[in-house]
Design a binder for this molecule. Structure first.
Ligand SMILES: *Cc1c(COP(=O)(O)O)cnc(C)c1O
Length: 362
């Protein structure tokens, strides 16, 4: 068996230990005589899997009791519609969006189908290469919430300080930074994340919602499946959930707990990112594309300035076992995603390769 260092932005690398455990349990999950993939979502063993997953996630993030945890489907993108439909259309029908990348822009545009969505700040003028100053934004008096994408997967920026929402509830797409560091959940009305970036397989979306935000009554014009009330009332089991994906997420939660929790993940992620950013900053060939103070610990975009050389880098890196280093199609260049499960050895191997490539292509 030979495993590569996979720098994909998502679906992305998972802990080998988790994959090995899942492989060992594939034919017979803990004496059930079947795989979790073949198991009823109404069965006792699956109920235990989803209950433990929630419990472990609550432990990891110290989620306050007045927050609900949901395991949903439809990708992070489905939340772009569900959020305005549940949290704004039934109230004032107004929400404020901070647009710092493609995902925030899509969320903003989607919200515009259902409510009045205001773009109160953006960094699009500079290809989303920075996070705007959000200390004193023109928050709308009647905004039902303020929306951010906390880590911009494509552009490699991150909110290192949360915006001043002037008392409005903050909703954050944390897809590409979820569980990469401790967060104070009580500062948010809702956090959500597609699992396939930092947590597990595609097909699961994790949502953490302050319970008073969940509409108390049925929303007659909102599809049943898109109502948070439905999912809260049925504890994520209104219909068949993505059982296997939830099972893997649960294993990742246990792995994180066993490895020192989110404080330790943050320390490791900072150390890994430093190795890579230092190499970029010291290089004469490679340069970073975002403002240094806004750099993401998870997604690191860089360029040589020459598209042919970028392509050569991607190709030769792959031959050396360092794969998926091509930048997003909308920006080009290079991008290394170094999520929780990317070992420091992988980042070091990338940096060693970059130095070698630079010498050979002077
Ligand atoms: C990948 C990504 C999405 C889209 O996720 P899907 O599950 O494909 O809908 C949304 N937001 C962020 C920050 C992402 O990284």
């Amino acid at each position: 068996m030979s495993r590569v260092y996979n720098f994909s932005a998502g679906p992305a690398v998972l802990p080998e230990e988790v994959l090995a455990e899942a492989a060992a349990e594939m034919m017979d999950y803990q004496g059930c005589g079947m795989s979790v993939m073949e198991m009823s979502h109404r069965s006792a063993p699956f109920q235990k899997i989803i209950d433990e997953a929630e419990e472990d996630l609550r432990d990891l993030l110290s989620i306050p009791e007045n927050y609900k945890v949901l395991f949903l489907q439809g990708g992070a993108s489905q939340q772009f519609s569900a959020i305005p439909m549940n949290f704004s259309a039934p109230k004032n029908g107004v929400a404020d969006y901070i647009v710092t990348g493609q995902w925030a822009k899509k969320a903003f545009q989607e919200a515009g189908r259902f409510i009045t969505a205001n773009k109160i700040a953006t960094s699009e003028d500079s290809t989303f290469s920075y996070i705007p100053d959000c200390s004193d934004l023109p928050i709308s008096d009647n905004a039902d919430y303020v929306y951010i994408c906390e880590n911009n997967t494509i552009y490699g920026t991150k909110f290192h300080t949360l915006p001043n929402t002037k008392g409005k509830d903050l909703i954050a797409d944390q897809s590409s930074c979820f569980l990469s560091e401790p967060v104070d959940v009580s500062k948010y009305g809702m956090i959500y994340a597609g699992a396939q970036k930092n947590v597990g397989p595609a097909g699961v979306v994790i949502a953490i919602i302050r319970e008073d935000l969940v509409p108390a009554e049925d929303l007659p014009t909102v599809p049943t499946m898109l109502q948070y009330k439905t999912q809260v009332d049925k504890k994520s089991l209104y219909n068949t959930p993505p059982c296997y994906g939830i099972y893997i997420c649960g294993k990742v939660f246990k792995y994180l707990k066993k490895n020192g929790g989110l404080a330790e993940m943050k320390a490791r992620n900072e150390a890994k990112a430093k190795i890579l950013y230092d190499a970029i900053d010291e290089s004469d060939l490679f340069s970073g594309t975002v403002r240094a103070q806004d750099r993401s610990l998870m997604n690191v975009p860089f360029v040589t300035g020459n598209p042919d050389l970028d392509a050569k880098f991607v190709k030769e890196a792959a031959e050396a076992g360092l794969v998926n280093l091509k930048g997003h199609r909308s920006v080009g260049g290079l991008r290394a995603s170094i999520y929780n499960s990317m070992p420091a050895e992988g980042v070091q191997a990338l940096v060693d390769f970059m130095r070698k490539f630079e010498l050979e292509n002077k």
